[in-house]
Design a protein around this ligand. Structure first.
Ligand code: SF4
Length: 261
């Protein structure tokens, strides 16, 4: 999103990246740390892909302080410029199985279509140790089965790491989320109201997410257009530079909190 706003959107507005101040609303405080990574800083324009990260909980506090509700806040033109890439009615769009913030469902469906030239109506998830550790397998006659898993929360991530260390990893793809239940349950999300349990709030968040029209990203014309117009195609050098990132080893700090995986 950072490069989309600072590169594509800025150019569309006839501006340079440093002339845009990009604020994102995110589910956790870790996103502030992520936005400050050197990989997302432009030496040329002396600006970051994301200038400011605030959490949903912080937005709620800001609204409370101003004594307004979200419904009373007017929209702005920036939203309209990008809204053509959302749902068919120009509003928000979600993707299948995305309530947690992950793309496993889409990745599996896309892999089935690209690798096996086939499609699946619905994916059957098998719960392993708990709801936050599930696997899904697609078997098509005469083809190699595709097997993927989701592991949310550090307990389940640890399990995956151990499987890798023992050479027993059999999945083609694993979706990892630090928070149990994924981003819907992120540490920066709004807190339950008085008398409401965390699970009830989580359920409401999921229902709200599911009520948004679903868009299949690779079939949506707006997405195709943006790849062509901005990146010159799907598998281009610019697409890799703008949409991919790399991770670098962080020096280990001796601390009692260090976990031995
Ligand atoms: S899973 Fe949790 S830590 Fe990871 S991005 Fe989502 S809210 Fe943040």
């Amino acid at each position: 999103m950072g490069s989309l706003v600072k590169d594509y959107f800025a150019a569309k507005q006839g501006q340079t990246p440093d002339q845009i101040y990009h604020v994102t609303v995110m589910p956790c405080y870790d996103k502030k740390l992520e936005a400050s990574r050197q990989d997302f800083y432009s030496d040329l324009y002396r600006t970051r892909d994301v200038d400011c990260v605030i959490t949903t909980g912080e937005v709620e506090k800001m609204l409370e302080k101003e004594n307004v509700t979200l419904g009373q806040v007017e929209g702005n033109t920036a939203y309209c410029v990008l809204s053509g890439f959302g749902s068919p009615d120009g509003g928000l769009g979600s993707h299948l199985g995305g309530g947690s913030g992950g793309y496993l469902e889409h990745v599996m469906r896309y892999a089935v279509s690209q690798i096996h030239g086939s499609s699946v109506d619905s994916l059957q998830y098998k719960t392993l140790r708990n709801q936050d550790f599930q696997e899904v397998t697609v078997e098509i006659e005469g083809k190699r089965p595709l097997k993927m898993a989701l592991a949310y929360g550090f307990r389940n991530i640890q399990n995956i790491v151990q499987k890798i260390k023992r050479g027993k990893m059999t999945y083609d793809f694993v979706e990892i989320m630090a928070c149990p239940s994924g981003c819907a349950n992120g540490g920066g999300q709004i807190r339950p109201m008085e008398g409401q349990t965390n699970n009830e709030l989580l359920q409401r968040v999921k229902e709200s997410y599911d009520s948004v029209p679903c868009v299949q990203p690779d079939l949506w014309p707006g997405v195709k257009d943006i790849y062509e117009e901005w990146l010159g195609g799907v598998d281009t050098e610019k697409a890799r530079a703008m949409l991919h990132t790399q991770y670098h080893g962080v020096e280990k700090v001796a601390s009692a909190l260090n976990i031995q995986w």
